[in-house]
Structure formats: C-alpha cells, structure tokens
Design a protein around this ligand. Sequence first.
Ligand code: GDP
Length: 299
Amino acid sequence: FGRLKKGISKTSGRIIGGMETIFLGKKEIDEELLDELEELFVTSDIGVSTTMKIIDDLRNDVSRKILKNPQQLKNALKQKLTEILDIDNELVKTDDKPYVILVTGVNGAGKTTSIAKLAKMFKENGMSVMLAAGDTFRAAAIEQLEIWGERAGVPVVKQKAGSDSAAVVYDAVLSAKSKKIDVVIADTAGRLHTKDNLMNELKKISRVVKKEMPDAPHEVLLVLDATSGQNAVAQAKTFGTEIGVTGVILTKLDGTAKGGVIVGIVDEMQLPVKFIGFGESMDDLKPFDAGEFVEALFE
Ligand code: GDP
C-alpha cells in the first residue's frame, strides 16, 4: 500500500490537493465551489462526460441537503469514485492450461516491462510462465524481452525478426502445453506499417492460437501509458473496440499527475483496468483494486 500511495502521489496531489485548496475556508457548498471542482476534474484528466456525471450527482445531493458541508462532499466523492472504478476486473477464469495472455499497446507504453512484472507476479504465486516474443517487427523488442525473461527467470520463445508473429505465439502455446507451463504471456507489435496491419496481426494471432485452444487467448491486455492522459482514452477506443481487449494495464502512474485518466477509461470505455504500474522496478505492478486505489489517493 505504501508503494502504491507513493506511486500515485502526483495524481493525488493534483486531485486531492486541488480539492483541499478549493475547500479552504469554505463552510458551505455553493455553486462556485462546484464549478471549481468541475474544472479541477476536467484538468485532472478525469474526462468531461464522467466529470459532468459526478458533479451533477453531487449538485443533486447538495440541493436535497444530503450533502451539507465540504467534508461530507469529500466523503461522497470518495465513495463515488470507488463506485465508478469498482467494475469486475478479475482475470477471466478457465481450466485451460496454459492460460494465454496477449499483451498489446503502442511502443513505449510499457509493454515489455509490464510483461516482465506480470511474469514475476505469476511466478510468486506459484505458477510457471513462458514468454512469447511476438513483436517480430522490431529486433530490439525481441532482445528486450529476452533480457527481461532472464531477469524474471522465465523462458522466452522467439524467432528471428521479421518472422510471423502468430507462428511465434502458436509455438509458445504448443511448447507450454507439452511442458505443462501454466501461463503464456505474448508480446505483440506496437507498431506496424499501418494501423490496419497492426489490428489484422492481432486478430491473426488470436485466430491461430484458437486452432490449438478454442478459448484462448484468455486475456487480451492493452497497455496504456497514464502520462499520455486523454490520449490513453483515445487509444482504448481504437484498440478496445476492434480487437476485443479484455482489460487494461495502466502504466507509469508514478510519472504523472494525469492518473485521473483511469476514471475515464473505466467509466467511458467500460474497460476494466486489471493491473496498474507505478514504477520501473519489477515490484511496481499490482492487480487494480478500486477501494485500495481510492484509499491511497485520498490518504
Ligand atoms: P514498450 O515499448 O511498450 O515495450 O515499453 P517498455 O516496457 O520498454 O517501457 C518503456 C519505458 O517506460 C521504459 O523506460 C520503462 O522503464 C518505462 N516504464 C514502464 N512502466 C513504467 C512504470 O510503471 N513507471 C515508470 N516510471 N516507468 C515505466
């Protein structure tokens, strides 16, 4: 909890610190206060439509005298944020073995690092892990994944750059099956010549994997960089709808005050954030828990 709290302190400073400044010296909730709050939320990357929804609800509660002072307002906000963020975000359950996770997202978002962190997390939970170097578009991506695989102590299935990404992932699934490995985490290209190519490649990987395991991939996780703010929401829109993303890994929460974007991703896109990354070390990834996150934000 301490690591998380520290990791999201910039966002906490912006949102909660900002709220405290607005509330300073105020004993009552007036329209001006609500307007300032609204502006704060929009500039904290919470997103316009989600902000409107929150503020309208609060305004209602104020006029019905349910909320009488800034402290009550603060508590109501905490509760509201928790409710919004608290959508089902458990990993899809299955008896299949291996459990297959495709990881996608634009280059630089933190895919490789997050894959390594996930591998470590699964290992610590007693599961065996294999990585698949499915970003065959960049030689550097294959090397990077190998380095991280070594650090995390997990095998990496790869072919040379330029080879067929779907074939690499398929090989990894077969190999994991024969070795009774629990989890396969596959890297995929973050950029190809065109966006359509990228989407088609992801669809092809899924199609090919299904030949071996009809329910795989069990998870398609989209890695989004929190520092890109509303851009992350835009990417969620593009990827989410086209390739059946099952969840989001939101990275770099430590490097930004734009962590409010998590609210927009969950509320506007109805995409569950399954993991959050809040630092460069292998331990700085956690399954996302709405209650814990909001607690860390407000504390
Ligand atoms: P990829 O191109 O999507 O595979 O991105 P990488 O995994 O190589 O990450 C790009 C950069 O972001 C690297 O310098 C990582 O150390 C950094 N990074 C990834 N996740 C986080 C995070 O949660 N916090 C911070 N501060 N940096 C991160």
